[in-house]
Design a protein around this ligand. Structure first.
Ligand code: HC1
Ligand code: SF4
Length: 562
C-alpha cells in the first residue's frame, strides 16, 4: 500500500496490481483495448499510457504502483499520444461501421468519439483481408482487427485451446489460426470467448436471424422455440437492464410477437438430462465402470475432449445436451401433427452460446436430412431481431411459457451456471438421504466462481467424489492430474466458459466482462430457482408427461449412441 499522486491529487492504494487499477479505482476511466483483469498483461495497445513526473511515458497496465510516484493521465503529451494511437488504428481499420454488428458498442468507435477525432491525418490503409466465414459459430474479419491480442490470450490462457496466434511482424502483424488455416479447420471449439473480449467487430457471431425471419413469414411452417436458462438473465442488458435481471416473461411475449407459435423452456429438457444422467451415473457406480463420468451438455467441452482426449470418449456421458434432447422430444411431439396439418415444424433454440450452433449442426443430430434443432440464435441475435422490429422492451407485458413443455424445475434452471448441473444431479440423487441443512451445505460447495470446486458425499455407504470445473484450461489441468493419479473423482462437470453458460459467447457484451457480471447473472438464476415450487427434476410432472406420452419406448433417443 502507499500513496500516489495522480493528476495532482493524492490517491491511496492498497493491493492494486498495477497503476491502471489505481487510476481506475480513483474514478478516472482510463481507456484500454487490451487490458482484461482476468488475462495476463500484454501491454499491446498503449492506450493506458500515462506520463510520469520525470517526463517518461509508461503503459500503466504494466507497472506496479510505487509510493510517492506522480503521474499524469491527461497531460498534453499523453493527449497527443493517445490520439495518435487511435488515428493509426483507425487508418488500419476498415470503415464500414454502419454495417458492422458491433456498431454503437465498439470500443474503437467509442474512444474515437470520446477523444473527438475528426479527419484522420494518416492515409487509410485497406488491406482487404479475407473474412473467415468457415466456422458454424463465429465470423472473423481481420480488416477490423486492432491486434490487441485479447482473443489470442483468452483462447490460450482460459480455454487452453490456442486456436489463434500472431503471425508476421512489424506493420504486417496480424492474428490468424495456426498455419493459415480457417477457423473451421483449426482446433477452435466455437466457445465464442474471443468474441466476448474482442473490442471491435473483428470477431462476431454468425448471424442467422434471416433464417428465422424466413421461417416466421412462411405460413406452412410452425415455429417452436426453446429458451435456454442463461438467456433470461442477460438479454435485458441489451435494453439497459442490469446483469442478472430476470426477463423470462418478456422474452416469451416478444417471441410470440415475432410470430413464434409455441415457446418452451430448455430447463425442462435439462430436467430430462438430470433424469438420464443420474441413472447413467448410478449404473456406472454400481458396475464401477467408465468413471469418472464427465458431463456432456457443453458442446465446446465435448469438442475439446474429442480433439484432445479421444480416450476419454467412454467417460463422457452418453446423454445428449438439453438443447438436443428438446429437439428430439419436439420432433416426436409434432411429427404426427405436421403430417395432419400439412405443416413443417421449425425448431428454434435461443441460447447464450455460440457453440450450440455447431452442436445443432453435428451430423449425428441430422436424421434423413432433418435437424433436431433447425436454427440456434444466440441471446445477442435475439436482441438484434427485437431491435429490428422496434419492440419497446420496457413496455412489453410478460407472458408465461406454453404447456406442456414450458415448465422446468429449479434444478433445470441452475444448469446455466457453473456447478448447476452437479447440484441438479445431487438434488435428485441425495433426495431423502440428507436433511435439508446438510443438503444446503453440500449444494453451496459447488456454487461460486472458483475455477475448480470439489465436494464429496456419502450415498448408501459409498463416498462419491465430485468436481466442477469451468474454463477449458482448468479442465485440461484436472484431466492431467487424473491421468497422473493425483486426483480421483466419480463425476466431473465441465463448462467451457468461465462462469458457465451465463457467460457464454452468445451473450451481450458489457465493456468488459467481470467477475461481478458473472455473479449477477448467476444470481439471477438462483433467484429464479428460489421462486419455483419444483426444486428437483424428478418432481417435474412435465418430465413425466414427456416420458409417458411423448417418448414412450423411445427414451434411448435422448442419448448419443457411441
Ligand atoms: Fe446452457 Fe444447457 S445449461 S448448456 O449453459 O445444459 O447454452 O443456459 O441451454 O443444452 O439447459 C447453454 C444455458 C443450455 C443445454 C441447458
Ligand atoms: Fe478460441 Fe473459443 Fe475463439 Fe475458438 S471460439 S478461437 S476456441 S476463444
Amino acid at each position: 500500500s502507499g500513496t500516489m499522486i495522480i493528476d495532482g491529487r493524492k490517491v491511496d492504494y492498497t493491493n492494486q496490481k498495477n497503476i491502471l487499477s489505481v487510476i481506475r479505482d480513483s474514478g478516472i476511466d482510463l481507456p484500454t483495448f487490451c487490458y482484461h483483469s482476468e488475462l495476463s498483461i500484454y501491454g499491446a495497445c498503449r492506450m493506458c499510457s500515462v506520463e510520469t513526473s520525470k517526463g517518461e511515458i509508461i503503459a500503466s497496465c504494466s507497472e506496479k504502483p510505487r509510493d510517492g510516484m506522480e503521474i499524469f493521465t491527461n497531460s498534453p503529451r499523453i493527449r497527443k499520444y493517445r490520439k495518435m494511437i487511435l488515428e493509426l488504428l483507425l487508418a488500419n481499420h476498415d470503415k464500414d461501421c454502419t454495417s458492422c454488428d458491433r456498431t454503437g458498442r465498439c470500443q474503437l468507435q467509442k474512444l474515437a468519439k470520446r477523444y473527438g477525432l475528426g479527419k484522420n491525418r494518416f492515409p487509410q490503409i485497406n488491406k482487404d483481408y479475407e473474412v473467415d466465414n468457415s466456422s458454424p459459430s463465429i465470423i472473423r474479419n481481420p480488416n477490423k482487427c486492432i491486434k490487441c491480442g485479447d482473443c489470442v490470450m483468452v483462447c490460450e490462457e482460459i480455454q487452453g485451446v490456442g486456436a489463434l496466434g500472431f503471425v508476421h511482424r512489424g506493420s504486417d502483424v496480424m492474428i490468424n489460426p495456426a498455419f493459415n488455416k480457417s477457423l473451421a479447420q483449426s482446433n477452435c471449439v466455437n466457445c465464442g470467448q474471443c468474441r466476448i473480449v474482442c473490442p471491435t467487430g473483428a470477431i462476431s457471431i454468425k448471424n442467422e436471424t434471416q433464417k428465422v425471419w424466413d421461417a416466421l413469414y412462411d405460413k406452412n411452417i410452425r415455429v417452436v422455440a426453446q429458451i435456454a436458462p442463461a438467456v433470461r438473465v442477460a438479454l435485458g442488458e441489451e435494453f439497459g437492464k442490469n446483469p442478472g435481471e430476470i426477463t423470462t416473461g418478456k422474452i416469451v411475449a416478444i417471441l410470440k410477437k415475432l410470430g413464434v407459435d409455441h415457446v418452451f423452456d430448455t430447463s425442462l429438457s435439462a430436467d430430462l438430462t438430470v433424469m438420464e444422467e443420474s441413472e447413467e451415473f448410478i449404473g456406472r457406480l454400481q458396475r464401477n465402470e467408465n468413471l469418472p463420468l464427465f458431463t456432456s451438455c457443453c458442446p465446446a467441452w465435448v469438442k475439446y475432449a474429442e480433439d484432445k482426449y479421444p480416450n476419454l470418449n467412454k467417460n463422457i456421458s452418453s446423454c445428449k445436451s438439453p438443447q438436443q434432447m428438446f429437439g428430439t422430444v419436439l420432433r416426436e411431439a409434432y411429427n404426427q401433427k405436421d403430417f395432419e396439418d400439412g405443416k413443417d415444424t421449425f425448431i428454434l433454440s435461443i441460447m447464450p452460446c455460440t457453440a450450440k450452433k455447431a452442436e445443432a449442426a453435428r451430423k449425428e443430430y441430422i436424421h434423413d436430412g432433418i435437424r433436431e434443432v433447425d436454427v440456434v440464435l444466440t441471446t445477442q441475435e435475439l436482441a438484434i431481431m427485437i431491435k429490428e422490429l422496434g419492440i419497446k422492451f420496457d413496455e412489453i407485458e410478460e407472458e408465461a411459457m406454453d404447456m406442456p413443455f414450458g415448465i422446468g424445475s429449479g434444478a433445470g434452471i441452475i444448469f446455466g451456471t457453473t456447478g448447476g448441473v452437479t447440484e441438479a444431479v445431487l438434488r435428485r440423487v441425495l433426495k431423502n438421504k440428507y436433511g435439508k441443512d446438510d443438503c444446503k451445505i453440500i449444494f453451496e460447495s459447488v456454487r461460486g466462481l472458483e475455477s475448480v470446486k470439489e465436494t464429496s458425499v456419502n450415498v448408501d455407504g459409498r463416498e462419491i467424489r465430485l468436481a466442477v470445473v469451468h474454463g477449458l484450461k482448468y479442465a485440461d489441468n484436472l484431466i492431467k492430474q487424473l491421468q497422473r493419479g493425483e486426483k480421483q473423482y466419480d463425476l466431473i462437470e465441465v463448462m467451457a466458459c468461465t462462469g458457465g453458460c451465463i457467460a457464454g459467447g452468445g451473450q451481450p457484451v458489457p465493456k468488459v466482462i467481470t467477475k461481478e457480471t458473472r455473479m449477477l447473472r448467476a444470481g439471477g438464476l438462483y433467484k429464479i430457482d428460489k421462486s419455483i415450487q419444483i426444486k428437483s427434476s424428478d418432481d417435474n410432472y412435465a418430465v413425466n408427461n414427456v416420458y409417458e406420452n411423448i417418448l414412450k419406448n423411445n427414451r434411448h433417443k435422448l442419448h448419443n449412441h457411441k
